[in-house]
Design a protein around this ligand. Structure first.
Ligand code: 5AD
Ligand code: SF4
Length: 535
């Protein structure tokens, strides 16, 4: 683990340990009349300035792993020691992680945990048992930041009430900017293949926090996928802010004069790029490494779905038929203000084209409610897009103005907070209704599920994911194994199981297991009788 950490861009992780909760001492006492939000802002200001000047996680790691040894390429001079050597040792202290945000953050939490584990920390899932509490977040949306401040206020109480007989409670915030993850404790893994973004959507802070788009060399990605396959991993998710804009220019090669193929009706905010190894090439190569390994990717940009990518997803059994297609709005007027580079019409045409090219594809999307200048009519157009596309999964946000962005400088954040939230709630309700309908079409079908482990709610149920990445819950019973007829087995994490779906909601499917199988077998004749809709 340490090896992969050293290769990763850890200098980008900002680590703020609120040593002895010093930041909290700046909070006015609970009897103070200042509004909570103001407290948050005061601490937020302090937090931001300390982030800039404070130590990075790499500094922490250097000290934790080899106090006297320097890494070969420190990106900056070491800041003065922030924690004593003694404080860095775990001494069986229990660390509790609370992760906010997307899968990337969940994966990054595992990196942090593996480092702390090495230094002698134990992990606890029980907040009351914790000696160290770490809040893990990135800062795409202001709401995430606000949530952290509110949570800190709550945690302060734990610290104050703590009996003197216990070691002092430490509370820290880990602000993530890294995207490289290679943690292999389960059957699935995810890591970054590219970082940054050149799109400059007017609401988005990512181009400022993550920098320009850059991709890892195909050869090194393939090497890692091979290693993961040898370790028995069954699913790999390729991550990137614009994962399908991947372009490996690391090797000298023929630079075709033909510029990049964009999805029809889509434009870019930047000068068109040429040459390099593109996403279709990477996907092709990665999916050939191990036919039993599922390949997913997120988060793509809708502009970069040329036909060769769609064709590949359709043809390869182990590339999941699941596409995240962030729309952000259903109104062409708002899309223009957002500088997304497409109209509603072009987006809808792309959805139809994807559905024709990849029958049965599962679609998800991101939407922002209440962007600058969004009228009630614009909002209704977003509602109608949700109904028209009927996504399987959705990520919906209220707009929060971010400093540095184009919208911050040029547009008015003129939709009142109350209206934003009301619109957001309406979008969530419509999305749920439509997702339930979309997911109900699987009832009566048999689906291939990769088992992840026991269901959180019941020790007698297993939980896994179908090809569309939807959670599937089913009882853990004895099953026939397709590779050894007559043999009765129980499914374990990392096994593929064919599950007949019996119920669906907007977020979960339920069913019962038919047999343990392989990815290859599930697409062969043996299973076709199971795979057909049964109603
Ligand atoms: N306000 C609200 N949502 C935002 N997103 C990005 N920036 C903002 C913002 N300023 C959402 C977009 C993006 C997702 C990762 O976060 O929907 O696709
Ligand atoms: Fe880039 Fe996505 Fe942010 Fe647009 S929304 S600037 S594509 S990261």
């Amino acid at each position: 683990m340490q090896g992969s950490l050293r290769r990763g861009p850890l200098a980008c992780v900002s680590w703020l340990l609120l040593k002895n909760c010093r930041a909290h001492s700046r909070f006015p006492s609970s009897g103070c009349s200042s509004p909570e939000r103001q407290q948050g802002h005061a601490v937020s200001k302090d937090f931001n300035s300390r982030l800039v000047t404070g130590p990075t996680f790499q500094h922490f790691l250097r000290s934790a792993s080899a106090p006297s040894k320097k890494l070969s390429s420190p990106e900056a001079e070491d800041p003065p020691p922030y924690l004593t050597e003694d404080e860095l040792l775990g001494r069986q202290r229990k660390v509790y992680f609370e992760t906010y945000g997307c899968q990337m953050n969940v994966n990054d939490t595992e990196i942090a945990w593996s480092v702390l584990h090495k230094s002698g920390y134990l992990r606890t899932r029980n907040l009351q048992e914790a000696d160290v509490i770490l809040l893990v977040t990135c800062s795409i949306r202001e709401k995430a930041e606000q949530t952290i401040w509110n949570r800190l206020l709550q945690l302060k109480a734990l610290k104050t009430k703590r009996p003197r007989s216990r070691v002092p409670l430490k509370i820290g915030i880990l602000v993530l900017k890294i995207q490289k993850v290679c943690f292999c404790a389960s059957a699935t893994s995810a890591w970054s293949i590219m970082r940054g973004c050149d799109n400059m959507c007017s609401y988005c802070i990512v181009p400022f926090t993550r920098g320009r788009e850059r991709s890892r060399p195909v050869a090194s990605i393939l090497e890692e996928v091979k290693k993961l396959s040898e370790q028995g991993l069954k699913e790999v998710t390729l991550l990137g802010q614009n994962v399908n804009s991947f372009r490996d220019n690391s090797e000298v090669q023929f630079n075709s004069a033909v510029s990049t193929n964009l999805s029809r009706g889509f434009t870019t905010n930047y000068k068109s790029k040429q040459g390099g190894l593109r996403f279709a090439h990477l996907l092709d190569q990665v999916s050939r490494v191990d036919p039993e390994m599922r390949i997913r990717f997120t988060s793509p940009h809708p502009k970069d779905f040329p036909d060769e990518v769609l064709q590949l997803i359709h043809e390869r059994d182990n590339i999941c038929k699941q596409i995240h297609l962030p729309a952000q709005s259903g109104s062409s007027r708002v899309l223009e203000a957002m500088r997304r580079g497409y109209s509603r019409e072009a987006y809808v045409n792309l959805v139809h084209h994807i559905r024709e090219s990849i029958p049965g594809v599962s679609l998800s999307s991101d939407f922002i409610a209440g962007f600058c200048g969004e009228t009630e009519d614009d909002h209704l157009q977003t509602v109608s897009l949700l109904r028209e596309v009927q996504y399987n999964t959705g990520f919906l946000f209220a707009y929060s103005m971010r400093q540095k962005t184009r919208a911050y400088h040029r547009l008015q954040d003129d939709v009142p907070e109350k209206v934003k939230l009301r619109r957001l709630e309406e979008l969530i309700a419509v999305f749920r209704e439509e997702a339930t309908k979309a997911n109900e079409t699987s009832v009566g079908c048999a689906q291939l599920v990769l088992v992840e482990g026991l269901s959180k709610r019941s020790a007698t149920d297993l939980c896994g994911r179908n090809d569309g990445n939807l959670k599937v819950i089913f009882p853990c019973t004895e099953l026939e194994d397709v590779s050894s007829p007559g043999l009765k087995v129980r499914a374990h994490p990392g096994d593929y199981v064919l599950v007949k779906i019996t119920a669906a909601s907007s977020q979960t499917l339920k069913g019962h297991a038919l047999c343990r199988t392989t990815l290859k077998n599930s697409s062969a004749d043996y299973c076709s009788e199971w795979m057909a809709p049964l109603h």
